[in-house]
Design a protein around this ligand. Structure first.
Ligand code: SF4
Ligand code: SF4
Length: 280
């Protein structure tokens, strides 16, 4: 490992590959780490860490409000908004769709009448706490139900990043904007996949994203033993390092269903997870 205070993202091209399992077990195999769960639509790390919560704070994004004493319905704000979050009804109203607004502030900048003010809108909550043994600082965001603006919440979770500790980031699944927000700034990314055709398809997409972002990465194969060899062949052809294989195993599956990180029940895995740090 290049630096003990490394930021390691744990991502996967699709949900259900065992990404959180890897992030949590890795955190438990290292000492004095910070685990950031940026999978804000479905944060699960806390279920396995069972932290003592020390702080909860609301997270906000900014949305425009219009002062009708100034507005002349010129339409410049709506024309400027890339996200179609504003519709101007001439001489009547400027309709704002908060759930579409990315809080970029452009509308208020382009308004010639200085009629737009930005106001905070709550989108979720950020919780911080510690594992009962004090070894893991956990930070996680919880997006409000029905809320679609994951990226601003992820950005705010990442503001809690502690540069004094190694950091593990549990990235949302997929390859869209929230993934990029979560993985951006990491020193390394572990891509978790399954050795199946679906696993390979999503792995390829995730690899493309990381190559564009220029973040070094390697692959963890979960449920090794099911499926076929295509993921292995792909990694070999692309020169991608396979960091660890986690077999499809009844005891591991049972641990998962009981909310127990499997390194606790099978301590020999601690060394294997910790060993990854030495080879990346
Ligand atoms: S740009 Fe300003 S003045 Fe024009 S419609 Fe929008 S809020 Fe009203
Ligand atoms: S802040 Fe940005 S995204 Fe939101 S309404 Fe204004 S221009 Fe659109």
């Amino acid at each position: 490992m290049r630096d003990e205070m490394m930021i390691i993202a744990v991502a996967s091209g699709k949900g259900g590959t065992g990404k959180t399992t890897v992030a949590v077990n890795l955190a438990l195999s290292l000492s004095n780490v910070q685990l950031m769960d940026c999978d804000v639509e479905e944060p699960n790390s806390h279920i396995f860490i069972n932290p003592v919560i020390e702080e909860m704070k609301p997270a906000y994004t900014l949305v425009p409000t219009v002062n009708y004493e100034r507005c002349d319905y010129c339409g410049k704000c709506a024309a400027a908004c890339e996200y179609n979050a504003l519709v101007v009804v001439p001489q009547k109203e400027v309709m704002v769709f908060p759930e579409l607004c990315h809080g970029c502030g452009l509308c208020s900048m382009v308004c010639p009448q200085d009629a737009i003010r930005e106001e905070p809108r709550e989108i979720g909550v950020i919780k911080t706490g510690k594992s009962s043994d004090g070894n893991i600082d956990l930070v996680y965001g919880v997006l409000n139900i029905g809320e679609i603006m994951a990226t601003p919440l992820i950005d705010q979770v990442k503001e809690e990043l502690n540069p004094e500790k190694p950091v593990i980031i549990d990235v949302p699944p997929g390859t869209a904007c929230p993934v990029i927000a979560a993985v951006q700034g990491s020193d390394y990314c572990m891509l978790v996949t399954e050795p199946t055709p679906f696993g390979l398809y999503d792995l390829r997409l995730a690899v493309e994203v990381l190559r564009v972002l220029k973040i070094p990465f390697g692959v963890v194969i979960n449920k090794a033993g099911i499926g076929d060899r295509k993921v292995y062949e792909y990694c070999e052809k692309e020169g991608i390092q396979i960091l660890l294989e986690i077999p499809y195993d009844k005891q591991i599956a049972r641990c998962y269903s009981e909310g127990v990180p499997f390194v606790k029940a099978m301590p020999e895995w601690r060394e294997r997870f910790a060993g990854i740090i030495g080879i990346i």
